[in-house]
Ligand binder design. Sequence first.
Ligand code: DAH
Length: 353
Amino acid sequence: MLEQQLESIEQEAISTLDNVDDAEALETWRVANLGRSSPLMGVFDQLGQLPKEERPAIGRLANQVKQSLESKHAGKVEFLKLADLRRSLETEQLDVTLPGRNIPIGRLHPITQTLRQIYQIFAEMGFQVYQSRDVETDEYNFQLLNFPPHHPAREMQDSFYIEGEFDDENPVLLRTHTSPGQIHAMREYAEENPHDPPPIRIILPGMCYRHEQVTTRAESQFTQVEGLAVGKDITFSDLKGTLSDFNKRMFGMQVRSRFRASHFPFTEPSAEVDIECFVCGGKGCPVCKRTGWLEILGCGMVHPIVLQNGGYDPKIYTGFAFGMGPERITMLRYRVEDIRYFWANDLRFLEQF
Ligand code: DAH
């Protein structure tokens, strides 16, 4: 009797398990078939009422059914877990072909790029970078560079003056060019050995300031790179060689340079240097205004008074100096039409470099 009952309990349980397809239904099944008040547990309860000799056989059988149902239950638990995983893999697919989000990469300002190229070229020729101050006295910015007070050459460089309790004869201003760094550098080098000062080969980069009408060609703030070489037996041909070579390395090996006589108070003789227009190769085009030449920098042999002011005896030492504008060079190279773009901080412009 009980044997048949156990058999049908088992078959019934197995057949209903087939219909179970989620965790909730499985739990209901477990309670119904293996729980305290399940028919199977009822059989265990009845064991005590059986004649002694029948108990072991029925007990063993009941245990087998219990173990069989427990293992079917465990199998179903695993089965449902796998089904769940398969479902989530299908519905929550990660699309690895989706394009990633760009991380914007910063870049160097176009003027910084030009400056670094200039440093590189002069470094290869043995010039070190010398940093000088942005705030200067009239003495350094003008007087020691052989611009006497009221000299008309000052008119080219209208200045921003700093308010304060300064000497009327020597006001404080924002430097209008990098040339005052020449005096600082010479004085610093000369201090090392005043009777036989060491030779100098430096470039002096930095921001300059002029109180000017701001136009497409002139800004109130711009960079310059000054150069200074001082030593014994430095001649104008050293100047020509150095700057012609610089122009070739900067603008292309085929580029020719032209030196035109000019005037600066702190150099004598003075020159302006042009390069053959790299846009039209010298034939004449709108960039070179049909002249075939582009003005690149000013230069000259350091004036004896300036050498003297720097602590170098002009009877023993000579030197050359030059000054160029990285904005102008960058404008020519990339045909930038308005100098104001450089410091206006507009990413639409800056991102093009
Ligand atoms: N200081 C000059 C200017 O700002 C540029 C210059 C010209 C610098 C000739 C020099 C030089 O050292 O020799 O206009």
